[in-house]
Design a protein around this ligand. Structure first.
Ligand code: NDP
Ligand code: 8X3
Length: 255
């Protein structure tokens, strides 16, 4: 087993970017704290990676602030000194226009992408500050936090929160050595669209068909790059799109 001196805490490690990040950090010898709601997936990830590095899995819903606090307090000693927190757990729901969306879907996005991210950050800040130089918080934002598009409504707004919270954290963490980055991907093929469409596999396949979206590995490699920069460097924000994605002209309502 590779000796692991650094520890990464990944939320939403059961699929997509988080799962790919687990593999990338394991390949570099980091110990892993992997969390998500689907325990069976966490167990199979652990089964796959524990021969490489120490792996601690936590069945965790980031919306539950007490569960988050308890999970951090209960980290085994080997995993307790977190080097990098990747706040990745998140989702979009309801791609319809705002006026057709159930309020519950908006609340779920806010509870997960905003409150959940804040819960985990708050629980781990003392650990990161104690460790100081070389530690990082990598918050997964989105191009939707910067650029408007139809059907983005609350999802994009939650990711705008992620961006501003990341910048504001940097102000308060000045002098602690803790770095903060808003990593904002564009279209990437994961389970994201399946979740957004509530299980519509055909809609998900159609979105990614005939183009070249980002892959989960692309973003995992960006996470690793950010986490392993020299201690004195902080990338504030990375916005990354596939070459085959860009903006469109403003829409105009006409008679
Ligand atoms: P996936 O759906 O593949 O992964 C999402 C992950 O978030 C899963 O592991 C899921 O785990 C976890 N998650 C969702 N809700 C909760 C919760 N309440 N508590 C704990 N974990 C939760 O999508 P992606 O990998 O694409 O998404 C990862 C992040 O990237 C999200 O924040 C998303 O908004 C963002 N993003 C995605 C883009 C894309 O095009 N794919 C582009 C830009 C940003 P589980 O269900 O087991 O809890
Ligand atoms: C989601 C990315 O391109 O669907 O965060 O807005 S995109």
């Amino acid at each position: 087993m590779t000796e692991a001196k650094k520890v990464v805490f990944i939320t939403g490690a059961t699929s997509g970017f988080g799962e790919a990040a687990a593999q990338v950090f394991a390949d570099a010898g980091w110990a892993l704290v992997l969390s998500g709601r689907r325990l069976a997936r966490l167990e199979s990830l652990k089964e796959r990676l524990h021969g490489q590095v120490p792996v601690h899995i936590i069945e965790l819903d980031v919306r539950d602030k007490d569960a988050v606090k308890n999970a951090v307090a209960a980290l085994p000693a080997e995993f307790a000194s977190i080097t990098t927190l990747i706040n990745n757990a998140g989702l979009a729901l309801a791609p319809q226009p705002a006026q057709k969306v159930d309020l519950e879907d908006w609340q779920t996005m806010i509870d997960t992408n905003v409150t959940g991210l804040v819960n985990v950050t708050h629980a781990l800040l003392p650990t990161l500050i104690k460790k100081g130089a070389g530690t990082s918080i990598i918050n997964i934002g989105s191009i939707a936090g910067q650029w408007p598009y139809p059907g983005s409504h609350v999802y994009g707004a939650t990711k705008a929160f992620v961006k501003q919270f990341s910048y504001n954290l940097r102000c308060d963490l000045l002098g602690t050595g803790v770095r903060v980055t808003d990593l904002a991907p564009g279209i990437a093929e994961t389970e994201f669209t399946l979740v957004r469409t509530k299980g519509d596999q055909a809609a998900s396949d159609t979105l990614y068909r005939g183009t070249t979206p980002l892959s989960a590995l692309d973003i995992a490699q960006q996470m690793f790059y950010i986490a392993t920069l020299p201690d004195h460097m902080n990338i504030n924000r990375v916005e990354v799109m596939p070459v085959r994605q860009a903006w469109q002209p403003f829409a105009i309502d006409r008679d």
